[in-house]
Design a binder for this molecule. Structure first.
Ligand code: NDP
Length: 340
């Protein structure tokens, strides 16, 4: 392996507000010899996800921060090119928490073999990976949807939201997506069969929700928090469920900025609403059944997935900024190398 060099992206400094390129540093190093039980993965695809912004901060959260000078965390899909682990043979395609780099050494604890065809292997980072699982457990375990329920989803064209909407449609719900552009609105209604879309940047969300959901919203799958959450609270049905999955509108506040305060919490009381936050890892014991369910729907063509792919390791920070500003259209992936 001495001819191979690895390039990795480290956290260089912590952002205040939106991250910038200067928060990251790229380094090159030799790939060390592997020990018994280890293998080397050549990364093909890296996933870029909103949670990465939280890891760049040293504020208390559900997972530890990335240290300054450490490789940025993240999931990837890659091919094993060298192995001293009998369970992970050379040539196997794996998904795991490999970090922002071109090659990773693993002992298997942070990796899973994927059964998806090689051409679709990047989907193990999206609809058939962590975002798909998030949609599945958030909707089914917390939302408990019933046919004819009205389900509203924010960041609805994205990795999580697009799957939530499709699963809710398959359950017989009426599905409304809130998105940040007309092209995303058109995608979720025309391609994904959502009943309605609202462009929160162009339309009056409160007015639209009143028109589209006259009997109120039974399930709100919240990916954004902030003003949109506040508006949804004005339009709830009796015994509604609010699934607090993400708060992306609040992830890039300046250190001295105060988070958006929800002023109409009284609606939770009067409508006897359930509000529950979750982190997908809570359901890890049930991941195998969820993977099977999602993989079956995907292979039958009943679950569509749009990817937004850019290339090269040095563009991973740019990809993260795209997600945090809504420039991405579909699951944000970075192609790191060819499968050869
Ligand atoms: P997406 O693919 O949906 O990309 C993020 C989207 O968020 C953007 O495309 C944009 O869509 C929207 N967005 C960005 N900035 C803002 C803003 N300031 N205000 C409102 N919307 C904004 O990402 P994911 O599907 O991967 O993640 C969606 C949410 O789910 C995130 O909040 C994430 O943190 C959360 N999540 C939670 C998990 C859990 O275990 N609880 C696991 C995985 C994800 P648009 O243009 O439509 O505004």
């Amino acid at each position: 392996m001495d001819e191979l060099r690895n390039r990795a992206i480290l956290l260089n400094s912590r952002p205040n507000g939106y991250p910038s390129q200067s928060n990251f540093k790229i380094i090159e190093s030799d790939i060390p010899e592997i020990n018994p039980g280890e293998f080397i993965v050549k990364i093909l695809w890296l996933s870029v996800d909103p949670y990465m912004r939280g890891r760049m901060s040293d504020k208390k959260s559900y997972a530890p921060s990335v240290g300054i000078g450490d490789v940025m965390v993240g999931a990837g899909v890659g091919k094993i090119i060298s192995s001293r682990n009998n369970e992970f043979e050379v040539g196997t395609i794996v998904e795991g928490r490999f970090g922002w780099q071109e090659y990773a050494i693993s002992n298997g604890t942070n990796a899973r073999k994927i059964s998806i065809s090689e051409k679709d292997s990047s989907q193990a980072l999206g609809v058939l990976g962590m975002p798909g699982l998030t949609a599945y457990f958030g909707l089914f375990n917390l939302g408990k949807p019933k046919p004819n329920d009205t389900v509203v989803i924010s960041a609805a064209s994205g990795a999580v939201g697009s799957v939530v909407g499709q699963l809710a449609k398959l359950t017989g719900c009426k599905v409304v997506g809130i998105v940040g552009s007309d092209i995303k609105a058109s995608y979720i209604t025309k391609e994904l069969n959502f009943d309605n879309a609202i462009n929160y940047k162009e339309q009056n969300v409160n007015q639209e929700l009143q028109n589209i959901c006259p009997s109120g919203i039974d399930i709100y799958f919240d990916n954004v928090g902030g003003e949109t959450l506040e508006t949804v609270l004005e339009n709830l049905a009796f015994r509604a469920r609010i699934i607090v999955c993400g708060q992306i509108s609040q992830y890039n506040l300046y250190d001295d900025e105060i988070a958006h305060g929800i002023t109409n919490f009284r609606n939770i009381l009067t409508n006897q609403v359930t509000v529950e936050g979750f982190i997908v890892s809570r359901f890890s014991a049930d991941f195998p059944q969820a993977f099977e369910y999602l993989e079956n729907l995907f292979s039958e063509g009943k679950l569509k997935a749009k990817e937004d792919i850019i290339t090269n390791l040095e563009n991973v920070p740019t990809a993260l900024l795209r997600v945090l500003t809504g420039e991405n259209f579909g699951k944000q992936i970075v192609k790191i190398s060819e499968n050869n």
